[in-house]
Write a protein of this length. Structure first.
Length: 83
């Protein structure tokens, strides 16, 4: 039972929507369905801030993920310049 897979969340851009998911041992994980901000690091400024995500610019996996503004790992996103 604990090895069951779950369908991918395919997080989109939009107002924050997070759902709890019950895991093994009764623990909870939180699945993001929509999100509009993230924690990003600037190498040149030597700081990390929570900023708004403006757009999905590129995704190596598929152009459909760019068109539908789906946020995945390794997506290139455009962020707000004002932290």
């Amino acid at each position: 039972k604990f090895e069951m897979g779950r369908p991918a969340a395919l997080c989109k851009m939009g107002s924050k929507r997070v759902r709890p998911v019950r895991c093994r041992g009764g623990n909870m994980k939180y699945r993001a369905l929509r999100i509009d901000a993230g924690n990003f690091a600037w190498g040149s400024e030597n700081c990390t801030k929570k900023v708004r995500i403006l757009d999905v610019v590129y995704n190596a996996t598929s152009n459909e993920l760019v068109r539908t503004k789906t946020l995945t790992k390794n997506s290139i996103v455009q962020i707000d310049a004002q932290p």
